[in-house]
Design a protein around this ligand. Structure first.
Ligand code: HEM
Length: 445
């Protein structure tokens, strides 16, 4: 079957450029460790549609332009499957993950899930997360230095425990954290056999721990509606009255907590890094924050315009999810190439550093997101840290609120800096993070 009625493509995608094979492994590894420059170089040398290898051997047809992202993520002709793209990574580690669903099944789950993220529900989540953030930030004031990545990871886990699970942060935090870390690592494990001490085995064990934890709490959550996400998932109905079964609630909880945790941690870490490198921006944002109360409502958080530019600029330069896999399920075409069914493709937000779309793409320049400049609107897929199309991040607004609230409260309580000349070492795969923990100096205000 062909997804396009009339084919204008003249070349077979098998003959699309290939990134050269010997340095390829080095490049793939470089990409994993954080060298997004490796992908930029591949794009500059070979064009917007290139065969690359990732994770030490997987052959992927990479879409490296905004048009490519639009084709793969928007999936207008239905030729790209999320299920086949993601299931090789998520399979038993995240069973029932909405990201690995297609068509009617995805529509059904998405309709119910998004009811948990209505404005009214988000309002309630903000009210719950604010004091949790305040307590953690307060603990920074007695310190003279901190490793920001582990600090933020504990903070976002506290938020998830309170807002998603409706439980008291602290108890069991290490165990929960370990389970999530193991599950995420297992998702990119090369050897997928459940044998100790392989990462895949540990990931499955982590998944089982998390699922069991949620099963134990299910009865209480079903019995009474409370303002946390877990309870919402037990009680939400789509407009047509559809609801989740117990096992569906458990699977969505595990996946949503994973999807929310490392991505928000990554964005907060990189925003804190950029504000340390650019004290003039830190002061500019602080001035605005100091004029406001510590705990802001959803509306007030959304009005923090310059905080939003900094958040977006951090997401542009360091997108937490650097690879979005899809598999073609029909013959299709792109950029003059015929792509047959069964090809693993990957959408990479390397487009965030594309000089055709952004001025001085490597510079930290938050005002590019201002209404006057609006560089992110140069193409509908120029800026896609939350993906796009039907699988656009369902927690996008939640994540943005969490990031704005944390930055706002941190700016009010402490000033932070990094030594002159410090450059954050960054690993992009599987989810971006500073590999040195991002040490910063702290001064209480
Ligand atoms: C800055 C933070 C975040 C970033 C950068 C981010 C990024 C993304 C991206 C790129 C996708 C699409 C992947 C693809 O199409 O292959 C996605 C999907 C998803 N995200 Fe997020 N995310 C963030 C925060 C969150 C939060 C806070 C939640 C939950 C509260 C969440 C839940 C989800 C879910 C459930 C999906 C799958 C949606 C679907 O398949 O319909 N994310 N996210």
């Amino acid at each position: 079957m062909s997804a396009s009625t009339t084919s204008t493509a003249s070349r077979d995608a098998r003959f699309a450029p290939k990134a050269p094979s010997l340095p390829l492994l080095g490049r793939a590894l470089g990409y994993r460790r954080g060298n997004v420059g490796a992908l930029e170089k591949i794009r500059d040398d070979h064009g917007d549609l290139v065969w690359i290898h990732i994770f030490g051997g997987l052959r992927v047809l990479a879409f490296l332009s905004a048009d490519g992202l639009e084709v793969g993520l928007r999936n207008k002709d239905g030729a790209y499957s999320n299920r086949l793209g993601w299931e090789r990574f998520l399979d038993h580690v995240f069973p029932g993950a909405i990201l690995a669903m297609d068509g009617d099944q995805h529509r059904y789950h998405r309709r119910i899930l998004q009811e948990a993220f209505t404005r009214a529900n988000l309002d309630g989540y903000v009210a719950q997360m604010n004091p949790v953030i305040g307590r953690r930030i307060e603990s920074l004031r007695t310190r003279r230095s901190a490793d920001i990545h582990p600090f933020v990871k504990s903070l976002t886990l506290d938020i998830a425990t309170r807002v998603f699970m409706g439980a008291e942060p602290g108890a069991d935090a290490d165990r929960l954290n370990r389970a999530f870390v193991d599950a995420v690592e297992a998702s990119i494990a090369l050897v997928r056999v459940p044998v100790w001490p392989l990462p895949y085995y540990k990931g499955l064990r982590g998944q089982a721990f998390l699922a069991e934890r949620f099963r134990q709490l299910l009865g209480d959550k079903r019995a009474q509606e409370t303002p946390d996400l877990f309870s919402k998932l037990c009680h939400v109905r789509s407009e047509d009255g559809e609801a989740f079964t117990d096992e569906e609630v458990v699977h969505h909880m595990v996946f949503v907590m994973m999807a929310a945790h490392d991505t928000s941690t990554s964005t907060l870490s990189t925003a804190i890094y950029h504000l340390a490198k650019h004290p003039e921006w830190q002061e500019r944002l602080r001035k605005r924050s100091l004029a406001l109360p510590d705990e802001l409502s959803l509306d007030e958080l959304e009005q923090l315009e310059e905080h939003t530019w900094v958040m977006n600029e951090s997401l542009r330069l360091h997108p937490p999810l650097p690879f979005m896999p899809r598999v073609t399920v029909a013959d299709t075409e792109f950029a003059g190439y015929r792509i047959p069914a069964g090809v693993l493709t990957g959408c990479a937000p390397v487009v965030h550093r594309d000089p055709r779309l952004w001025t001085r793409p490597h510079a930290f320049d938050p005002a590019r997101f201002s209404n006057e400049r609006a560089e992110h609107k140069s193409h509908p897929y120029a800026f896609a840290p939350f993906g796009g199309g039907r699988h656009l991040c369902v927690g996008k607004r939640f994540g943005q609120l969490e990031i704005r609230s944390t930055l706002h409260q941190m700016l009010k309580k402490v000033r932070w800096s990094v030594p002159d000349g410090y450059e954050m070492p960054f690993q992009f795969m599987p989810i971006g993070k500073p590999t040195d923990g991002l040490p910063v100096r702290i001064t209480a205000l």
